[in-house]
Design a binder for this molecule. Structure first.
Ligand code: ADP
Length: 737
C-alpha cells in the first residue's frame, strides 16, 4: 500500500513537472530561437562533456554571449545533476532579472509563485526559491551565508560563480572556499558526490584561475607538460570570423587514479587536466569612440546635452545608455531629461529616461527590459551595473562619464568610504562595448583622449582596497582560524587584515584569542556589515531593536530623501520636511520618517510627494525592514510574538539615548568630537570631518557626533550624523577597553 502511494505521488510529481500552463509554454517556445542564436549555444555539448570529465570549468565569454542564462540550463539534465544548481551574481538586480529571464525561457514560474517552479532566486532581503527549484540565482553574499549553515553545500550539485572579473570581496571568498571544497571532495571526503564548479567571466586571467584551483587539488609533484595535443579547452569564433583569442591549455595535474602510481616513481604520466576551460567569442560590432576636446567637471550637464543631440540629430533608431556614478546623479539627470523633454515638439519622438542602480526596486528595474514603446527612445541612466552585470537590449549609443563610485578603505584612519574615481581602461572598454551588441554603435566619452590614456589598465580587486572586517568575520564563522593563510586569489596587505581583526575585536565579534564569539556568530548571520550587525545586537540588549531596525532599513537604501535640483524645490522641501526633522540628527529623522510612512495606510505615494521623500526608496526600506524582522526573529533577538511596529509616539529621552548608544557601539570608529575652533575630529585617527550639507545637523555645533557614512569629495564629510554626548562615548569606549 505504501509503495502504491509513493508511486502515485511520484506520478503526480512528474505530471506537475511536465504540465506547463499554455501562456508559459508559449513564451518558452518563442524564446527558443533567440537562445539558439546566442554565441554560447554551439558550445553546449562541450560544456556538458567538460563537466562530466572534470569538476571545475573556467568559462570566459563576452557579456551577452549567453553564459548566465544558458549554462545552468545546459547542465540541469546532466546525470550528475540531481540537486540544485546555484549561480551567483555580484548584484541583486542581475540575480533577479536573470532568474526571471531563465524562468521565461524554461516555461516556469519563479519559486515564490509556485511550489513546482524550477527557477528561483535568493538575494538579500528577498527569497524566491521554492522546494523544487533546480536553478537558483543568488547574490554572492547569500551563497556565503548559506555556506555558514551548510559548509559542504550539500543541497547543490553545481555552483556557478558568475562575473568573476568584477572581483568583489565576496567572489574572492567564495573562490577560496570552493577551492578547498573541491579539493576535499577530490580526496573523497566531505561530500558524497563531487561538487561541480563553473567559474565564468567576461574578461579574466584564465591561467591564473586554473592555476588557483589546480594548486588546491595538487596532492603530488608533477611536471608541467607542454604538450599541446590534449584538448581540454574550447574556443570559437562565431562572430565575424576574425581571429579568436585562444585560451592556452593548462595541463598541470594528474588524474586521481594516477596519483598513487606517480608517487615514488619518476615515470612520466599521461596527464589529464583536471580543470577544463572554454572561451566563447561574443558578437561585437564596430563602435566609434568620440572624446571631448576639453575636460569637463560637469558631466551631468554634458550628458544632458549629448542625450538631446543624439535624439535630434541621429536618424538611427536605438536606445541610449548613460553610465553615471550613483543614485543621486541618476535621479538628478532623470529629472532634467524629463523637464527638457516636456518642451519638445510633438513631431519629435519621445524620450523615456529609465534609472538603473543597485538599490532600485525590482519592478522599476524590470522596465529596462520592456520593449521600447512606439516612437520612443529609451535613455537608460545606469551605474556600472550595466557594464557587465545586466545586458540591456536595444542600445546603440553609450555615454560614459568615465567615473564610478568605489569603496575605499583608509587603513590609517580605519574609515571606509565610497569615492567617485576614474574607471579603469578595461571598464571603459566594457562600457563602450555595450553599444555594439546588436549593430554598429557610437560611444561618447565625457573625457579627453589624453584622459583615457591616463586611466589605470585594470580595476584593482575590491579585496585589496576595502574594509575586510566582514570578509574575516565570514571566514571565522566558517571555521577558518588562520585567516592570514586563506587561499586568496590576491592576498590583501597584512596591515588591512590586522586592522580588520582589530575592528572585530572592538566589536566583540571575536574573543581575545581571535575565535568567533556568540555576538560574532549572530552578526555573521545577519546580512549587514559587522558594524551595523553590532548595532542591532546592542539594540536588542538595550530594548530598542524595532526602532533601530527602522533606522538601519533607511540606511540600507542610498537616500530616502529626494535629491533636489532647484533652489525653489529645496526651500519647499525644507518646509515640508520640518515635521520629520529631529534635532538629535539624521538617524532619529530617519526613524520618524519610517514610522510616519508605515502609519500612512491610505496613500503612501502622496505622503511621499508631500514630504519630498522618495517613494521608490521607501518601498525598498519596507522590504528590508520586513526581512530584518524575520532575521532578528530567527536569531532570537526578537520574540516571535513581538509587534513589528515600533512605537510611533515621540521616543522618550531614555529611548533616544538607548538608540544612539546602540549606534555608537557599532560606529565607535565613526565618532568625532568638537574642537575649540568649531571643527570635528574623529576620536580614533584624529581625522578632520565636516557635517555633510545633506544632514539635518549641517551647520550645528554639538560636543560629539556619530556618523554612519564617511564620504570624501574633495573634503572629508560625515553623512548620516547624530549628536551624542561625550559621556556616552566614554561609556562605550570604556566597555571596549
Ligand atoms: P552573459 O552572461 O554572457 O553576459 P546572458 O546570459 O546574461 O549573457 O544574456 C544573454 C542574452 O539574453 C542577452 O543578450 C540578453 O539579450 C538576454 N537577456 C538576459 N537577461 C534578460 C532579461 N532579464 N530580459 C530580457 N532579455 C535578457
Amino acid at each position: 500500500k505504501h509503495s502504491t502511494h509513493l508511486a502515485k505521488r511520484s506520478n503526480a510529481h512528474q505530471r506537475n513537472e511536465t504540465q506547463v500552463p499554455p501562456h508559459l509554454s508559449k513564451k518558452r517556445d518563442a524564446l527558443l530561437s533567440t537562445r539558439k542564436a546566442l554565441p554560447i549555444w554551439p558550445h553546449a555539448e562541450y560544456i556538458r562533456a567538460a563537466l562530466r570529465k572534470n569538476n571545475v570549468l573556467v568559462l570566459t565569454g563576452e557579456t551577452g554571449s549567453g553564459k548566465s542564462t544558458q549554462v545552468p540550463q545546459f547542465l540541469m539534465s546532466e546525470p550528475w545533476c540531481t540537486k540544485t544548481i546555484a549561480i551567483t551574481q555580484p548584484r541583486r538586480v542581475a540575480a533577479i532579472s536573470l532568474a526571471r529571464r531563465v524562468a521565461d525561457e524554461m516555461g516556469s514560474l519563479l519559486g515564490n509563485q509556485s511550489p513546482s517552479a524550477k527557477v528561483g532566486y535568493s538575494v538579500r532581503f528577498d527569497n524566491a526559491a521554492g522546494p523544487n527549484t533546480k536553478v537558483k540565482f543568488l547574490t554572492e553574499g547569500m551563497l556565503l551565508q548559506e555556506m555558514l549553515r551548510d559548509p559542504n553545500m550539500s543541497q547543490y550539485s553545481a555552483i556557478i560563480v558568475d562575473e568573476v572579473h568584477e572581483r568583489s570581496v565576496n567572489v574572492d571568498l567564495l573562490l577560496g572556499f570552493l577551492r578547498n571544497l573541491v579539493a576535499e571532495t577530490d580526496q573523497g571526503t566531505k561530500r558524497r558526490n563531487p561538487l561541480k564548479v563553473v567559474v565564468m567571466s567576461a574578461t579574466v586571467d584564465v591561467e591564473g584561475l586554473v592555476a588557483f584551483f589546480d594548486e588546491g587539488l595538487a596532492p603530488l609533484e608533477v611536471k608541467t607538460s607542454d604538450s599541446k595535443d590534449q584538448h581540454n579547452s574550447c574556443s570559437s569564433d562565431s562572430g565575424s570570423g576574425n581571429s579568436s583569442q585562444k585560451i592556452p591549455d593548462i595541463q598541470s595535474a594528474v588524474a586521481k587514479d594516477n596519483d598513487q602510481n606517480a608517487r615514488g616513481t619518476n615515470q612520466e604520466q599521461i596527464r589529464t587536466p583536471r580543470i577544463s576551460t572554454c572561451h566563447v567569442e561574443g558578437r561585437q560590432y564596430l563602435v566609434k569612440t568620440v572624446y571631448l576636446s576639453e575636460p569637463t567637471q560637469d558631466w551631468v550637464e554634458a550628458a544632458l546635452k549629448l542625450i538631446f543631440q543624439i535624439h535630434y540629430k541621429e536618424s538611427l533608431p536605438g536606445d541610449i545608455l548613460v553610465f553615471l556614478t550613483g543614485q543621486d546623479t541618476i535621479e538628478g539627470l532623470e529629472k532634467l531629461v524629463n523637464d527638457y523633454a516636456e518642451g519638445m515638439d510633438k513631431e519629435v519622438p519621445k524620450l523615456l529616461p529609465l534609472p538603473l542602480f543597485a538599490a532600485l526596486p525590482q519592478h522599476a528595474q524590470q522596465q529596462i527590459f520592456q520593449p521600447t514603446p512606439y516612437r520612443t527612445r529609451k535613455v537608460i541612466l545606469a551605474t556600472n551595473i550595466a557594464e557587465t552585470s545586466v545586458t540591456v537590449p536595444g542600445v546603440r549609443f553609450v555615454i560614459d562619464c568615465g567615473k564610478s563610485k568605489i569603496k575605499q578603505f583608509r587603513n590609517r584612519l580605519g574609515l571606509e568610504s565610497l569615492l567617485v574615481k576614474p574607471v579603469s581602461k578595461s571598464a571603459a572598454i566594457q562600457r563602450r562595448g555595450r553599444a555594439g551588441r546588436e549593430a554598429p554603435g557610437l560611444c561618447y566619452r565625457l573625457y579627453t583622449e589624453e584622459g583615457y590614456k591616463e586611466l589605470e589598465e585594470r580595476t584593482i580587486p575590491e579585496i585589496l582596497r576595502c574594509d575586510l572586517s566582514q570578509a574575516i568575520l565570514t571566514m571565522k564563522a566558517r571555521g577558518v582560524d588562520d585567516v592570514l593563510n586563506f587561499p586568496f586569489l590576491d592576498r590583501p596587505p597584512r596591515e588591512a587584515l590586522e586592522k580588520a581583526l582589530l575592528q572585530l575585536l572592538q566589536l566583540n565579534a571575536l574573543t581575545d584569542v581571535g575565535a568567533i564569539s556568540d555576538t560574532g556568530l549572530k552578526i555573521a548571520k545577519l546580512p549587514l556589515t559587522p558594524t551595523l550587525g553590532r548595532v542591532l545586537v546592542e539594540a536588542a540588549e538595550r530594548d530598542c531593536l524595532l526602532d533601530v531596525i527602522d533606522i538601519i532599513s533607511a540606511l540600507s537604501v542610498e537616500n530616502i530623501f529626494l535629491n533636489l535640483v532647484t533652489e525653489e524645490r529645496k526651500e519647499a522641501a525644507e518646509v515640508a520636511r520640518r515635521e520629520l526633522y529631529r534635532r538629535e540628527g539624521d538617524h532619529m529623522t530617519f526613524l520618524v520618517t519610517v514610522q510616519m510612512y508605515t502609519e500612512e495606510h491610505s496613500d503612501r505615494k502622496s505622503w511621499c510627494e508631500k514630504h519630498f521623500v522618495s517613494h521608490r526608496a521607501m518601498q525598498n526600506v519596507m522590504n528590508v525592514r520586513k526581512q530584518l524582522h524575520q532575521q532578528c526573529t530567527s536569531l532570537k533577538l526578537l520574540s516571535p510574538h513581538a509587534s513589528t511596529t515600533s512605537s510611533s509616539s515621540a521616543p522618550s529621552d531614555s529611548k533616544t539615548q538607548a538608540i544612539l548608544a546602540s549606534l555608537l557601539r557599532g560606529f565607535i570608529s565613526n565618532t568625532a568630537r568638537l574642537m575649540p575652533d568649531g571643527s570635528y575630529k574623529t576620536l580614533m585617527g584624529n581625522q578632520l570631518v565636516a557635517i555633510h550639507p545633506s544632514s539635518v545637523l549641517f551647520g550645528r555645533k554639538t560636543e560629539a557626533i556619530v556618523f554612519s557614512e564617511f564620504v570624501f569629495t574633495g573634503k572629508a564629510w560625515a553623512r548620516g550624523v547624530s549628536a551624542v554626548q561625550l559621556d556616552w562615548v566614554s561609556e562605550v569606549v570604556d566597555a571596549i577597553m
